[in-house]
Design a protein around this ligand. Structure first.
Ligand SMILES: C[S@@+](CC[C@H](N)C(=O)[O-])C[C@H]1O[C@@H](n2cnc3c(N)ncnc32)[C@H](O)[C@@H]1O
Ligand code: SF4
Length: 462
């Protein structure tokens, strides 16, 4: 898809709005089990490192602290105003770094590094330097490592931004969410436009390769008109990428969201109109819709990878680093190593205790079976390429696609009538409209949604 205006049909969005996973993994996190322990993870790390040519490494560090509560927040956060809590966290994180790095075959390169949260810039500049030093001491960073960090402009001084650059970060992602003061007040996140613009200016002065901003649609008091003003300002600010997240309202999982009154949320109808406006405006302004909330400039490597069919999806969303082992460190972090997903302990005391015992702080995990691997491949290719060639899957997995997936193909049939995709003898191709509803198409191939053994509640696809 070139950077052309993408037209959106609100009635179709309405028809397909239902709860569904975001497929940053397949199977999704509710399938992970505590039967998978740190011992299993240790075995997988050993096996993957003993492989003939182990893959490159991607490192994710979860820095969970935030000084102030955003009522919409769905992230794994520890709220505190005490900076020394981060010192204690770093004591344990350093031990985890040594533990995991010590299990790696020497020379394996880290090609991707990411600090997420929470708010990584909750850490002081000294604390950030300390963490950067520990990573460099224990892992081999590739010369061209792609190093990204999430910042909250309210917590990012000029000094922080300079320090991040000095440590080696070359990508910045910052939360803006919405410039509207009424919305900001309702979600307890007051962040002036001046502040956001200033932080972006400093990032530009520091010559970060890429600046991403996060927005959220579906927040309380948002209307098409109000959010359009934010979108216009963002277009003027001209970031390299935007993530426009659909507000995941999951108060049963995130009690903090109960502070948001349901009656203040935009109606489903209004939300669809907001989404239509967002997509049409950004694509008219020259951005391409990469899929799943993400917009980028046409020369952005995400879009280039999409065209080359080398785009991949992992816990950090879309990535150009397919085939890496992803090690997630820090409380709640998720790793994807070999054919396993592994999540670290959630609560800080549990996370600390396991590290104290010299163990990998595993909470739960999952080892994929052959059918999972096949379905993950299909879901990933659909989410990333927006098309699927049956013969490619047949070659890779030695099967007759139409026979094995007869049920799925019959379920996709009604979606072809709504112009979400076309299906031919050779494969399926997702339409521009289908890109917006890509989760609905992918869900057809998710066998766990057919017979949920556990409660699986997700946010709405649209
Ligand atoms: C870890 S935060 C980014 C860094 C920093 N903490 C901040 O808020 O600026 C990740 C992003 O997730 C998004 N987000 C958080 N909760 C969400 C929710 N319930 N639904 C949709 N997006 C959400 C926000 O856009 C936020 O910027
Ligand atoms: S949105 Fe960001 S700053 Fe706000 S609570 Fe969540 S992680 Fe913290």
């Amino acid at each position: 898809m070139s950077s052309k205006t993408l037209k959106v049909d609100v009635d179709i969005l309405k028809k397909y709005s239902k709860a569904g996973p975001r497929y940053t993994s397949y199977p999704t996190a509710p399938v992970f089990t505590e039967d998978f322990t740190d011992k299993d993870y240790g075995r997988i790390i050993k096996e993957t490192n003993e492989a003939e040519s182990p893959s490159d490494i991607s490192l994710y560090f979860h820095l969970p602290f935030c000084r102030s509560v955003c009522y919409f927040c769905g992230c794994n956060v520890v709220y505190t105003k005490r900076g020394d809590q981060a010192d204690q966290y770093l004591d344990y994180l350093e031990k985890e770094i040594e533990l995991i790095a010590g299990m790696q075959t020497p020379g394996r390169e880290v090609v991707q590094l990411h600090f997420g949260g929470g708010t990584p810039t909750f850490l002081s500049t000294d604390q950030l330097r300390r963490l950067g030093k520990a990573i460099k001491k224990n892992f081999t960073l590739a010369d061209n490592v792609e190093a990204g960090v999430e910042i909250d402009p309210r917590e990012a001084s000029d000094e922080h931004i300079k320090t991040l650059r000095e440590i080696g970060f070359n990508r910045i992602s910052m939360g803006i969410q919405d410039f509207d003061p009424t919305v900001q007040k309702a979600v307890h996140r007051v962040q002036t436009e001046e502040l956001s613009r200033h932080v972006i200016d400093v990032c530009r002065e520091e010559k970060f390769d890429s600046i991403n901003v996060d927005l959220i649609f579906g927040l309380p008091h948002q209307t098409v008109e109000s959010f359009e003003k934010t979108v216009d300002k963002i277009i003027e600010i001209n970031p390299d990428r935007m993530a426009v997240f659909n507000f995941a309202y999951v108060p049963w999982m995130k009690p903090i969201q109960k502070s948001i009154k349901e009656e203040d949320l935009p109606s489903a109808e209004e939300k669809f109109k907001i989404l239509k406006m967002v997509i049409e405006k950004f694509t008219t302004a020259g951005y391409v819709y990469v899929g799943m909330d993400h917009f980028a400039k046409p020369d952005d490597e995400l879009f280039v990878a999409q065209k080359n069919k080398t785009l991949y999806r992992n816990f950090q969303g879309y990535t150009t680093h397919a085939g890496c082992d992803l090690y997630g460190l820090g409380a709640t972090s998720i790793s994807q190593v070999g054919n396993c997903y592994v999540q670290n302990k959630h609560e800080l005391p549990d996370y600390y205790q396991m590290i104290e015992e010299g163990r990998i702080p595993t909470w739960r995990g999952y080892e994929l079976n052959n059918e999972d691997i096949l379905r993950r491949h299909i879901i990933t290719r659909i989410m990333c390429d927006f098309e699927l060639t049956f013969s490619d899957v047949e070659k890779e997995f030695d099967l007759d696609f139409k026979k094995v997936f007869a049920l799925e193909l019959s379920e996709l049939e009604p979606m072809t009538k709504d112009d979400l995709l076309t299906i031919s003898d050779e494969g399926l191709v997702v339409s521009d409209l289908g890109r917006i509803l890509i989760r609905n198409i992918a869900m057809v191939f998710d066998t766990y949604l057919r017979k949920p053994e556990k409660e699986m509640r997700f946010s709405k696809t649209i």
